[in-house]
Ligand binder design. Sequence first.
Ligand SMILES: [Zn+2]
Length: 656
Amino acid sequence: MRKEIDYHNYRYYVLGEPEMSDYEYDQLYKRLEQLEQEYPEYIKPDSPTQRVGGEPIKAFETVEHSIGMLSLDNTYSEEEVRDFDRRVKKIVGVSVKYEATLKVDGVAVTLNYADGRFVLGATRGDGMRGDDITQNLRTIKSIPLKLLTRDRGLLNIEVRGEVYLPKKRFERLNREREKDGETLFANPRNAAAGTLKLLDSREVAKRGLDIFIHTVPVAPGSRYTSHYRTLLKLRDAGLRVIPHLELCTSIDDVFEYINKWKDKREDLQYEVDGLVIKIDGFTVRERMGHTTKSPRWAIAYKYQARQAITKLKNIKLQVGRTGRITPVAELDPVALSGTTVSRATLHNEDEIRRKEIKIGDHVIIEKGGEVIPKVVGVVKAKRSGSEKKFHFPTKCPVCGQPISRLPEEADWRCVNSSCPAQIKGSILHFVSRPAMDIQGLGDVLVDKLVNMGLVRSFDDLYRLDADILAEIERMGRKSARNLVNAIEQSKQREFINVLYALGIPNIGINASHLLVKAFRNIDRIIKAKVDEFSEIAGIGEVLATSVKDYFKVRENLKLIRNLRKIGLRFEAEPKKSVRTQLSGKTFVFTGELESMSRGEAQNLVRQRGGHPSSSISKKTDYVVAGKKPGSKYNKARKFEARIINESEFLKLVRSR
Ligand SMILES: [Zn+2]
């Protein structure tokens, strides 16, 4: 089971290609937890359940780096990159290959593996000595506690990487901190650094850090001559190697890479502030050597800072799903790192006041980790005297009803539950992937449906009819039918997703999970007392109050009755032993599998109630043919066993 969980961790956190649903994974994980509770003597430190430590530590130990962690030379100038290339060629000749990678703005760390097990992780510190942050790094699920390889060279290896906080996680973290009245992190890198410094790994685990491995300081054996190829091997061994890495045969290729990512980096889920150019060959690197500060075989090229100055023409208000009102600056369009920006967020009333922003001001805007740029300050020198102070309105700009602001909150809210802005927002949340997962209901269509009065609440979605939908502009008959089907299909979604889809304030998918696990059905959640919530680890007072408040509203109870009648699931599936499509079936493997070893594949079969066998007979149900299948392949045809390929096999494994 540990192996299986490790494998699914790898699919999910490293490759981003999960093979099972989150729910299935959680079930598997919980089963392992249960077993380990029953048989604690079998718990191993590298079990996937052992990532998070117990009590917080008092301080970090200092560790000496066996290989110094030098920092790279930085430049903003293309000319200096060409100079670098000229220097390299002078020393090592003309045919040099470069490895180009994105430079992720995070915190440098080093990881040590011994006999395939993650044994030590440390910060850079002063380059010679850093903090032992092994316990914190273990909570990062994309760091394998055990490598998925038998390659001896790789089992005892030191690798370096960048720990970072994905943009979305960063925004969420700051939103939570804002709510709790804590100081905000300036950028994702600060947030990642602050998180790694926490002494309680349980807190670290909640933050959602991730890692990219980008450097192997020493070749893991004489067979490994290319750094680039070594990284690819390490990816197969389970490490989350930095994506989009490229091998360039000339400096012009490097510039092509630089230009390619200049704008595209904005679309990535992590902050990229430049790129790193490294000589690919390990021996060539040695010949180049290093200075006391940095290696001579690598250079970091940084993109220009992403700020611009423009005029703030007006301030408009946006109303979100929960009624939250966000002031948005309307700007004179300005080019900023490849895109034209005409709007930027001002966060809330207090921020406008704190930054002393007036309408007509010239403002500095910045594109950080957020999708929408933000206004960071005012250029007061450019004021003409005609700037106007902004007064926060007292009515919702969409529905015209009075708005309110709680003393402990930074935001104004529209509290009218039939405000069209809120309806649209909550419908979009309802159909989103972790919720009801209804595809084909986008922004524009929801807008139309709400404006036309066809959809006022979630249950209206289930009454939409293909003919009416088809009449709506630009919606063909076929896509209308597909959409109606998708809506119908969503009735199969599990209670966890349904509960999340309701959009109860503060109840994310994780909290829904906890609630469903503890209460099993909606009636028990509705009836639950506040102290029953507080018994659930992970459900704090804020969440408990949110849930209680939500179910106090009569319309919400009515909505749930209606959705129930329609057929949505409001109770968890009864616990039962899982029967899978593999149950009772006999499997034979032939040839090489790409995603796992044969042993792992046989384990998967066993875990799902099937029988792996090494020889084909009349009893064989499936023959799984990998690459270069052997004689069994021909034999299989004789016995009329079903021959399937690897991806068909994985599909079977995934199915329930
Ligand atoms: Zn409103």
